[in-house]
Design a protein around this ligand. Structure first.
Ligand code: DP6
Length: 331
């Protein structure tokens, strides 16, 4: 194969209601437990990949800037996996996000879902099998596999690379939920998710967590299927706090919350418990708050957030689409 081949893909990030925290296999990002998420319609990455036989090394551009640092290396190492399987040539990669860089929004999920889809579509004529694409996305960053399908997605942990795949649980139109992501801090985090997964597997609470998860996951799926917001919110908030407890009490300790995060936790609980507003939250490995409500309450929840944090930067998401491959190339 000698001609250049190019393809583009667009993918949403996702927010986990049941979290992936701890890996069974670190080379292949096989997690300890199943997880469930919703795609974030406003947190989108578009990536173009061109395989070029004349390129001696990869050329990687993020937000229009050529990168030669750790981020570029991670992408090249990932492309090596694809090259090992198919063919050997350099790639030109350009990627842009719809959301500001360095805000702690999980760009690795949308980033690797888009990269995997574009890199494979660029030389494979037939549309790749969707389940196989979830494997490819997961090999780049675990949570990326949940961005391949649309709406609400379940990632089955499996016990090895072959068995660890995601599948849609409900389409986006099943339930009109909103995730208002409040950007709390732009400081880079001191412990990356990848490091966090390593610390987590050594944590003494982890064994107990694994025992508790199967019934929690069943209950969450029941609440999602029935659109029972109260049960859903209670499970999601409890899950977020359990994972934060493991993060902050690990060795070393990862303390992702900032004062603004804590203020929002108290506020969400008081809007709910004192104000009667049906609203819950979740958190990831970072300080940003994900404030969750049914979309009909989103304007009111937004007003509450803006009253508390007057110049709040908020990214408003609905359940988003899956990854699409298209011809709107970035170069
Ligand atoms: C807290 O998918 O970023 O967001 O597989 O090492 O790239 P790697 O980790 P990553 O971990 C995400 C962790 C989380 C929870 C979740 O999304 O389930």
């Amino acid at each position: 194969m000698s001609a250049r081949k190019r393809a583009s893909a667009t993918a949403c990030s996702n927010i986990a209601f049941i979290k992936y925290w701890g890996k069974r296999d670190f080379d292949w990002n096989v997690p300890l437990n199943d997880s469930i998420s919703m795609n974030l319609s406003a947190a989108v990455t578009t990536t173009t990949v061109e395989w070029d036989p004349e390129l001696a090394q990869d050329e990687i551009y993020l937000e229009g800037e050529r990168v030669l640092d750790e981020r570029g290396l991670r992408i090249s190492r990932y492309l090596d996996r694809i090259r090992n399987d198919w063919y050997r040539m350099g790639a030109r990669v350009a990627s842009v996000n719809s959301f500001p860089a360095g805000t702690g929004i999980a760009s690795s999920a949308s980033g690797f879902a888009a990269l995997a889809s574009a890199a494979i579509a660029a030389f494979q004529e037939d549309k790749p099998d969707e389940i196989e694409m979830t494997r490819w996305a997961r090999r780049g960053s675990g949570s990326a596999c949940r961005s391949i399908q649309s709406g609400f997605v379940e990632w089955t942990a499996g016990s090895n690379d072959e068995g660890s795949v995601s599948q849609q649980f409900c389409p986006p139109e099943h339930w009109d939920l909103t995730d208002l992501v409040v950007l709390v801090s732009r400081s880079p985090k001191l412990i990356s998710s990848s490091q966090g997964h390593r610390i987590a597997v050594a944590h003494p609470f982890m064994e107990e967590r694994q025992k508790l998860l199967p019934s929690r996951i069943l209950a969450l799926k029941g609440a999602l299927a029935k659109r029972d917001f109260q049960t859903f919110g209670e499970i999601v908030e409890h899950e977020a706090m359990e994972v934060q407890a493991i993060m902050m009490s690990g060795q070393p300790s990862a303390f992702y919350m900032q004062p603004g995060t804590v203020a929002l936790i108290h506020a969400v609980r008081s809007w709910r418990e004192e104000g009667g507003l049906p609203v819950y939250f979740t958190l990831d490995a970072g300080p940003n708050m994900h404030v969750l409500c049914e979309s009909r309450y989103a304007p009111e929840v937004r007003r509450c957030i803006e009253k508390l944090v007057p110049r709040a930067e908020i990214l408003e998401n609905r359940a988003g689409p899956g990854t699409t491959v298209h011809d709107e190339h970035l170069f």
